[in-house]
Ligand binder design. Structure first.
Ligand SMILES: C[S@@+](CC[C@H](N)C(=O)[O-])C[C@H]1O[C@@H](n2cnc3c(N)ncnc32)[C@H](O)[C@@H]1O
Length: 421
């Protein structure tokens, strides 16, 4: 892979199969994807450690890898299986194909890619290619452990050592004996790049000795960056763990396992009881307590759905004004929420347009809302949608008494130049 001599590549492939016998990640992957047969592609499938069990579990699998010596291990393991295919291809230069249900980016490939392109770009490219290879609603499985760094705390990452550590020592199937040693490991906190040397020292079966030093580089992409790439490629994270035991992700996690779905088209539907329950499961009981989903006569509620998942909702209700203008009223927006993984796609705007159309068609003269100052991007959205804005400090009540003050804005928009209802 790293332009090493072929005899070294062959030794590495043999040693990989001898030393890397872990099955925990494979079992975890199988449990996450479920038993229904799927069309799966494993990117950088190596010697088939993951690919073959996927095929044995009944999935139709395709794998590719740039290393022919690794791929050469697959036929013996896949004997008798008709649902497995593999080929030689480079993850950056070559096509992946399309129409898969699942793309597997396991074996820490986001940290193990060998690429002569900028490393960070290659990592992001893998996420984009995964999206392009999937059918709508398909999933990417990512298992990623970036060099022992705390994945949520990139600021703590630092090391610079001149140690020499033997990684593998052993003999390949041809009797070539030797070791692979890592020399030094320098981390640059600004670029996130690690550089080290892999030294191969082999004594071949004919007694000849060969040595090769290979300079390697890797990039530590922290979780936030990985999330950003997934978000940009329109993935929605459905499951996220700290490891392949299913441990929750925490500030002590040195890796992450992600199962993310390629977003389907967003549809907008009225909120019925089933959707209401999903929203309560998402936001908690407070949603009803604070009247965020009013369901009285004359109210209007709309949800944004991605498949069966609620990814946004909005609700509005007619509001009477305070005396002495109690015979007049308008429409007040009680809630507008968009799932964080679905923001910046215009869903909030679409939801507001639904509310406005409903209010306009029902003859209301104006629609208004209030929001705290916490999310400046929401302020820009209201502004861009033609709302008049008025800074306002709202009291926070508890048991009828003012408990605090919440600074924010009122927004209002004229919908019909008709008398106030
Ligand atoms: C650590 S192994 C993982 C193999 C397998 N996914 C597993 O978990 O057992 C990494 C694999 O990525 C492959 N690889 C690295 N860079 C690649 C590239 N640019 N194109 C294709 N394969 C690549 C290597 O050849 C190697 O087989």
């Amino acid at each position: 892979m790293y332009n090493e001599k072929p005899i070294i590549s062959k030794w590495v492939a043999d040693l990989y199969d001898q030393k890397v016998t872990e099955t925990k990640d494979v079992e975890f992957l199988l449990s996450v994807i479920g038993q229904t047969p799927k069309r799966i592609i494993e990117v950088c499938c190596g010697s088939g450690r993951i690919l073959v069990p996927l095929a044995k579990a009944g999935h139709t699998v395709t794998g590719f890898d740039a290393d022919e010596f690794m791929l050469a291990k697959i036929p013996a393991k896949a004997e008798g299986l008709g649902n497995i295919h593999w080929r030689t291809a480079d993850v950056v230069r070559d096509e992946w194909g399309a129409g898969y249900d699942i793309v597997v980016l396991a074996g820490n490939i986001l940290y193990n890619i060998v690429s002569y392109m900028d490393y960070t770009k290659s990592q992001e490219l893998l996420i984009q290619r995964a999206a392009a290879a999937l059918s709508p609603g398909g999933y990417v499985f990512i298992e990623y452990q970036p060099g022992g760094h705390y994945i949520t705390k990139p600021e703590t990452a630092s090391y610079n050592n001149d140690n020499k550590s033997v990684i593998w020592e052993g003999t390949d199937g041809d009797g070539n004996r030797g070791n692979m040693t890592l020399l030094g490991d320098n981390y640059d906190a600004i670029t996130g790049m690690s550089s080290f040397t892999r030294r191969f020292e082999l004594t071949l079966n004919n007694g000849e000795k060969i040595t090769q030093d290979i300079l390697c580089q890797k990039h530590f992409a922290p979780l936030e960056q990985l999330h950003d790439w997934l978000h940009k490629a329109e993935f929605v994270i459905e499951q996220e763990y700290g490891d392949c035991n299913g441990s929750p992700l925490s500030d002590d996690s040195r890796g992450v396992v992600i199962y993310a779905r390629k977003a389907e088209e967003i549809t907008y539907v009225p909120i019925d009881e089933t959707i209401e329950q999903k929203i309560i499961a998402w936001f908690g009981d407070g949603i009803m307590k604070y009247d965020m989903l009013p369901n009285r006569d004359g109210c209007y509620r709309v949800a944004a759905m991605c498949g069966e998942r609620v990814v946004g909702f909005a609700a509005a209700a007619p509001a009477r004004w305070k005396p002495p203008l109690e015979q007049y009223g308008d429409v007040f927006i009680h809630s507008i929420e968009v799932d964080e993984f679905f923001r910046k796609r215009g869903i909030g705007r679409r939801l507001i347009i639904f509310l406005e159309d409903w209010a306009r068609n029902n003859g209301y003269r104006q629609i208004r809302a209030w929001s705290s100052y916490e999310s400046p991007e929401a302020l820009y959205m209201w502004y861009a949608m033609g709302y008049a804005m008025c800074p306002a400090v709202e009291p926070i009540y508890e048991n009828g008494k003012i408990k605090g003050l919440n600074p924010g804005y009122y927004y209002a928009k004229i919908l019909n130049l008709t008398p106030i209802k």
